[in-house]
Design a protein around this ligand. Structure first.
Ligand SMILES: NC(=O)c1ccc[n+]([C@@H]2O[C@H](COP(=O)([O-])OP(=O)(O)OC[C@H]3O[C@@H](n4cnc5c(N)ncnc54)[C@H](OP(=O)(O)O)[C@@H]3O)[C@@H](O)[C@H]2O)c1
Length: 251
C-alpha cells in the first residue's frame, strides 16, 4: 500500500489530492515550479504528514507520484527521478493554455501517451483528469457508502493500474479501468465522462465566466457510480482533441 504520495504541482488538483491523502493517513511531498519555500503555508495547513520539496524530491520520495501541472510543462517532469515509478497523469489538453501540440491535434497520440513518451521509464496511469478539484474534494466517500463515486483510469501497465485503484480506494473512490493510454481520449475534455456528470444539474446559460465558476464551486455535486462511469466512457466518440474554457488564459 502507498504510504507516501509525491505531488508535482500543488495547484487546484494537486492540493485537493494532497488533502484527501492526508485525511486518509498518507504522507505527502508537495512541489511546484517556484520552490518549496512558497509552499510553507499550504504545508502548515495540511499538518505534520505534509512536507515540501522540489519536483525531483517529490518524484524520489513518493511511492506513487501525481503529475498535476499544466500539460504544456510535461517535458519538465523529472524523468530520471521518476524512472521505475507509477505516475498518475491528471493533465488535460487546453490549446488556449497549452498552445497547439500537433500530435494531439491530429489524434496521433492521446495526451497521456505523450506524457508516457517523455517518462519512458515510468508507468503512466491517467486518473483524476475528468473531475474538477472541488467535486473531487466533496464526493470522496468510504468504501461501501451508497453515495460513493467512481473515477475512470487508463494505462498500459496492469500492476500500475492496480496500484492506482488501491490509492483511489484509500482516498474515497471506486475505479473503472477503461483501457490503455491509447484509449484515454475517452476521458479527455469534451467527452461524456468529463467533469459534468459529477455536478448536480447544468450551469444556467448566459452566466459570465466568474458566475459560472461560482456556480461550479458551490454545486453540491452528485455521486456517479462505477456502472455509469463505464457507460459514459464507452459512449465517447473521438473528435477534435482539447477542451475550451471561457476565461482561461490564452497561451
Ligand atoms: N483544476 C482542476 O479542477 C483540474 C481537474 C482535473 C485535471 N486538471 C488538470 O491538472 C493539471 C493541473 O491543473 P490545476 O488546475 O491544478 O493547475 P493550477 O491550479 O494552475 O496549478 C498548477 C500547479 O503546477 C505547478 N507547476 C507548473 N509547472 C510546473 C513544473 N514545471 N514543475 C512543477 N510544478 C509545476 C504550479 O506551480 P507554480 O505555481 O509554482 O508555478 C502549480 O502548483 C492541468 O493539466 C489540468 O488540466 C485540473
Amino acid at each position: 500500500m502507498t504510504t507516501t504520495l509525491g505531488l508535482i504541482g500543488a495547484g487546484m488538483i494537486g492540493t485537493t489530492v494532497a488533502r484527501l491523502a492526508v485525511a486518509a493517513g498518507l504522507d505527502v511531498v508537495l512541489s511546484n515550479s517556484r520552490g518549496p519555500e512558497t509552499l510553507a503555508d499550504l504545508v502548515a495547513d495540511l499538518g505534520e504528514r505534509a512536507r515540501a520539496g522540489t519536483p525531483a524530491d517529490a518524484a524520489r520520495d513518493g511511492e506513487l507520484v501525481v503529475a498535476a501541472i499544466p500539460l504544456n510543462g510535461y517535458r519538465l517532469l523529472p524523468a530520471a527521478a521518476l524512472a521505475g515509478k507509477t505516475v498518475i497523469d491528471t493533465m488535460n489538453y487546453y490549446p488556449q493554455r497549452d498552445g497547439h501540440i500537433p500530435e494531439l491535434d491530429s489524434n496521433e497520440l492521446t495526451s497521456s501517451e505523450l506524457v508516457q513518451q517523455h517518462l519512458a521509464d515510468s508507468r503512466v496511469v491517467k486518473a483524476f483528469n475528468n473531475i474538477v478539484s472541488f467535486s473531487l474534494g466533496k464526493l470522496a466517500r468510504p468504501a461501501g457508502d451508497p453515495d460513493r463515486s467512481a473515477l475512470p483510469v487508463a494505462g498500459d501497465d496492469t500492476v500500475a493500474k492496480a496500484q492506482v485503484a488501491a490509492l483511489l480506494d484509500t482516498l474515497g473512490y471506486d475505479t473503472v479501468d477503461f483501457g490503455a493510454l491509447a484509449d484515454s481520449w475517452r476521458s479527455e475534455p469534451t467527452t461524456p465522462v468529463y467533469v459534468q456528470p459529477y455536478f448536480a444539474g447544468q450551469a444556467p446559460k448566459g452566466l459570465d465566466p466568474e458566475e459560472e465558476y461560482r456556480w461550479h464551486v458551490t454545486n453540491p455535486g452528485v455521486a456517479v457510480p462505477a456502472d455509469q462511469i463505464r457507460k459514459l466512457t464507452e459512449s465517447a466518440v473521438r473528435g477534435t482533441a482539447g477542451g475550451y474554457l471561457p476565461g482561461l488564459e490564452t497561451a
